[in-house]
Design a protein around this ligand. Sequence first.
Ligand code: SF4
Length: 412
Amino acid sequence: MTANPEIDSILQRGADGGRITPEEALLLYTDAPFHALGEAADAVRRRRHPEGIVTYLIDRNINYTNVCVTACKFCAFFRAPKHKQGWAHPIEEILHRAGEAVELGATQVMLQGGHHPDFGVAYYENLFSSVKQAFPQLAIHSIGPSEILHMAKVDGVSIEDAVIRIKAAGLDSIAGAGAEMLPERPRKAIAPLKESGARWLEVMAIAHRHGLSSTATMMMGTGETNFERIEHIRMIREVQDLAVANGYQDVPVEQSHDVGGFRAFIPWTYQPENNHLKGRTQATTIEYLRFIAVSRLFFDNFSHLQASWLTTGKEAGQLALHMGVDDLGSIMLEENVISSAGAKHRSNLQELITMIRTAGRIPAWRDTWYEHLAVHHTPADDPTDDRVVSHFSSIALPGGGVRKSLPLVEAN
Ligand code: SF4
């Protein structure tokens, strides 16, 4: 109970699974006492995941090119076409990295890259089909609406055509990449050449209709207002309403591969190094945790909420487990995009499992679809592969680190 009956009533309704309005979410975000907010959000987690399990994943982000025509102001990863530090990896390099990931237990690859002016649909078909053919056991959870729009534009084809072709080539799931901030004002300020937020969501809705599920993300801390943060999740919730109306979430997890919709929401914080925004603003840990909790209460149509320990730090990641979060994401065998902008946090299998267990939750290794591959009820159940650690960053690796094997750069 708080001293404010209006806030109490909204928290109770959200905790019980009722829908809260954007205006109510904003009130909670700005005014709800921290602990009451966290308790209500955690009640949602307990109702959705009563067994107390918090999941993690082993995957590798593999970047195929850093060449990009879109020049987002917050991005430290891209190089303009013809820049001498630009690179595009041959398929053999991608397969080499995917093979290393499989060797370390990865069940997923995230193939991510810039908007290369020459990369149309056929490039992505070849990329996905090559990886799928070589490693059919790997889920390809990759690219985002921006890349789909880019490839469709390069080839002059419709979004539907592009989606149908890349799905047929092996794309299993669309990453929530490129959402940044969806409302118009903050999006234009940080990514003036990117598609609008409405267009980003339109591509997701088309992909969902074609049976591709995805995740949704948000990058906090580039100067957006509290109202705009809530507006971002309002826009996403509306698209998820459409997916749910079409049957998403009414099917068992093993059938959910072919039913579109958002599986998880993943907010993360802007990283300030090596980019044009130069760290003008950044979200604080408290702002992040409060937003995590509000998201859990607001998204009555989302199964999973993931904390970004990579950007906020491991302590904040662990605290988020008490604010409604049920997933800590990946170890990230390789990550170059966010770490290029200064994210220095790294982890390993044992540490991530310990973070979950010491938060009072049961750690479980999951796949892309949130199926549990192993539940670590006691430390005796824990995996012991000390090679499964985070690695970073192409900024330190000329040419993007071609022909280097893990560890690319020693984790510290
Ligand atoms: S965020 Fe993506 S689209 Fe924007 S500049 Fe970086 S690589 Fe290009």
